[in-house]
Structure formats: structure tokens, C-alpha cells
Design a protein around this ligand. Structure first.
Ligand SMILES: Nc1nc2c(ncn2[C@@H]2O[C@H](COP(=O)(O)OP(=O)(O)O)[C@@H](O)[C@H]2O)c(=O)[nH]1
Ligand SMILES: [Mg+2]
Length: 326
């Protein structure tokens, strides 16, 4: 009887690994509701990750990310690979919003078991990445999706977070958003492995492309440690221009990273970031749920000048160390 929960969680993990869509959706929902409650399942899932190519696509709202991703999904599927999307973008969710009046074909994607698209709330930390985002990416990786795309809105810290969580980062810009090159403003030029200028069916797109290229030749064109020229690819969801090129660039970048050992370095960096984030979250949770009032008690001693703040912190950490380690 007491084994009911672990068994069902194990069964769920097995179904996820078989690529069963309902199981994937359920485990992601449970993770969103409470990551702690599915900790064992997520740990098991994590052991089975490492195959997928994780691609982050970031850019300001309206830069055409969701539209581009929908088309990229079709492109990947046409090549026979499985693709999943985790969209952390409250401004233009995949479900509900019309993407270029393209809802019929969008629902075609939604009914394909080898395409999985999920919008997530931005609550939680990790910048704009919710606490459930990376576990969701793990789930999709373990489920056998070849490419897992993370869409994030490019404002502030988000770009940095997405680049830290993805193997390959695509930065999307678009003409006519009021700023010639939004990427500069958002400070994302440096983090792009691939630049996309969407809406190339518009006459003003050429200017955006050439300005972006000019910026890149000033010295940001080579990513560190490997010989990779950051391409600037014009795409159009209207004409389909550039999509082939984009998928080729994504695949080439993956091949180059594999060849040079950069993929392993990035994996290590992602692991490091995730461990640190977890540690921070755990500590923050402890402090916020400080039922025994330890923080309060120590703070009072510090306020009475009996204890220095640093010594107070040490005492607090010492007290909770044992509980957390268990
Ligand atoms: N003309 C044109 N419009 C596009 C293109 N791609 C996206 N759009 C439009 O740009 C707007 C923002 O697109 P969306 O994909 O939601 O951008 P996101 O906020 O970056 O995800 C929508 O109204 C799209 O219909 C394109 O290639 N050409
Ligand atoms: Mg979007």
C-alpha cells in the first residue's frame, strides 16, 4: 500500500521514456505544481538525459520567436527527427494566440506525437526560467526528443539564463520594432551562437541584417574556444526563406561543439549552474519556512550587538546543514 506512490511514479517515468505524450504532459504538470513531490521521478529522469540537443531561442517580444519555432518544428519533423518546445513566454503563448493566422497547421503540430509544445509560466526564479523549466527539458530529453527548444522573452537577465541552460543559443531580432538592433539594447550580441533576423518579407529587414553583420565584424563573430563564425540568417515565416539555413546552422553548431569538446564544457557549465541554483533555492526555502524562528532568534542577537552578522549567518548555516544534507 505504501508502495503505491513510488510504483506509479516509476511507471510514469517508464512511460515518459517510451515517449508517451500523456505521461510527459502529466509529469511536467506535476513538476510545475510541486517539483519536490516528484523529486525521485526527476532524479530517475535525469539519469536518462544527455541525448537531446538543447537550443535556446531568445529575443524581445514580437521578434517572431514563436512563429519561427513553429516552422522550425515542421522542418525538423520533415527530416524525421522528434522535436519539443518549452515556451517560457507569457506574451505569445502557442496555445490560443494565432501565429500568423496559422492555427490550423499549428494544431497539426499539436496532434503529432513526435512534436511536443508546452507553454510555461514565468513564475519562480532562475530569471525568467521557472523552476520547472529545466526539469521539463530533462523530461523531454529522456523521452527521446532529438531537439528540445526553449523559448524565452529577451529582456534583462533572461538571455543570460537561457544561454546558460542551452547548448546552442539563437537570438532573434526583427525589423520595425522601433529599435534598429534590439539585440544591442538587450545586451545579447555576445551570447548568440546564431543570429536570426525574422520577417525578411519586409523591405526594412535588409537594413537590420546589414547593421547586425556590421556590429558582429567588430569582433564578436568568433565564439571563444572554437572556430565558429556566428551566422546572421534572415528568415521569413511568410515565404519560408532561411528556415533550411537555420536548421543547418543549428546542426552544424552541434557538430562543431561535439568535435571540439565544447559540448562537454557547456554541459559541465549547465550542471554547475543547476547545482548552485538548487543550493540557493534550498537555502531560500529554509529561511522562508523558518518555522522554529531561528532566523528571528539570530537576528535579535545581531540587533543586540551580541553577534556579528557574519557569525550569525555561520550559526544559521551550521544549524540547518544537517537537515539539508539528509
Ligand atoms: N511579416 C511577418 N510577420 C511575422 C513573421 N514572423 C512573425 N510575424 C508576426 O510578428 C508577430 C510576433 O510574432 P511571434 O512569433 O508571436 O513573436 P514572439 O513574441 O517573438 O514569439 C506576430 O504578429 C506574427 O504574426 C514573418 O516572418 N513575417
Ligand atoms: Mg512567443
Amino acid at each position: 500500500m505504501t508502495t503505491a506512490a513510488p510504483t506509479s511514479s516509476r511507471a510514469l517515468v517508464e512511460d515518459v521514456r517510451r515517449g508517451k505524450v500523456s505521461a510527459i504532459a502529466r509529469l511536467i504538470s506535476r513538476t510545475e505544481a510541486s517539483p519536490d513531490a516528484v523529486g525521485d521521478a526527476l532524479a530517475e529522469i535525469h539519469r536518462h538525459t544527455g541525448r537531446a540537443h538543447i537550443v535556446g531561442i531568445t529575443g524581445v517580444p514580437g521578434s517572431g520567436k514563436s512563429t519561427l519555432i513553429a516552422q522550425l518544428c515542421r522542418q525538423v519533423r520533415d527530416g524525421g527527427r522528434k522535436v519539443a518546445v518549452v515556451a517560457v513566454d507569457p506574451t505569445s503563448p502557442f496555445s490560443g494566440g494565432s501565429i500568423l493566422g496559422d492555427r490550423v497547421r499549428m494544431s497539426e503540430l499539436n496532434s503529432d506525437p513526435d512534436t511536443f509544445i508546452r507553454s510555461m509560466a514565468t513564475r519562480g526564479n532562475l530569471g525568467g526560467l521557472s523552476r520547472a523549466t529545466l526539469p521539463a527539458v530533462d523530461i523531454l530529453d529522456a523521452a527521446g526528443f532529438d531537439i528540445v527548444i526553449i523559448e524565452t522573452v529577451g529582456v534583462g537577465q533572461d538571455e543570460v539564463d537561457v544561454v546558460r541552460a542551452a547548448h546552442t543559443t539563437v537570438v532573434a531580432s526583427a525589423p520595425g520594432l522601433g529599435d534598429d538592433i534590439q539585440a544591442i539594447k538587450a545586451g545579447v550580441l555576445e551570447i548568440a551562437d546564431i543570429h536570426v533576423v525574422s520577417k525578411c518579407d519586409r523591405p526594412d529587414a535588409n537594413r537590420t541584417i546589414s547593421e547586425l553583420k556590421a556590429m558582429l565584424t567588430i569582433g564578436m563573430q568568433l565564439s571563444s574556444r572554437m572556430d565558429w563564425r556566428v551566422p546572421v540568417i534572415g528568415t521569413s515565416a511568410v515565404t519560408g526563406e532561411g528556415l533550411d539555413q537555420l536548421l543547418t546552422a543549428i546542426d552544424d553548431h552541434h557538430a562543431k561543439m561535439t568535435e571540439t569538446g565544447e559540448l562537454d564544457r557547456r554541459r559541465l557549465r549547465i550542471a554547475e549552474m543547476r547545482v548552485l541554483k538548487f543550493a540557493e533555492d534550498m537555502l531560500r526555502d529554509r529561511f522562508e519556512n523558518d518555522r522554529e524562528g531561528r532566523v528571528q532568534e539570530i537576528a535579535e542577537q545581531v540587533a543586540r550587538l551580541e553577534l556579528a552578522p557574519e557569525a550569525g549567518a555561520r550559526r544559521l548555516l551550521g544549524q540547518i546543514q544537517k537537515e539539508i544534507a539528509s
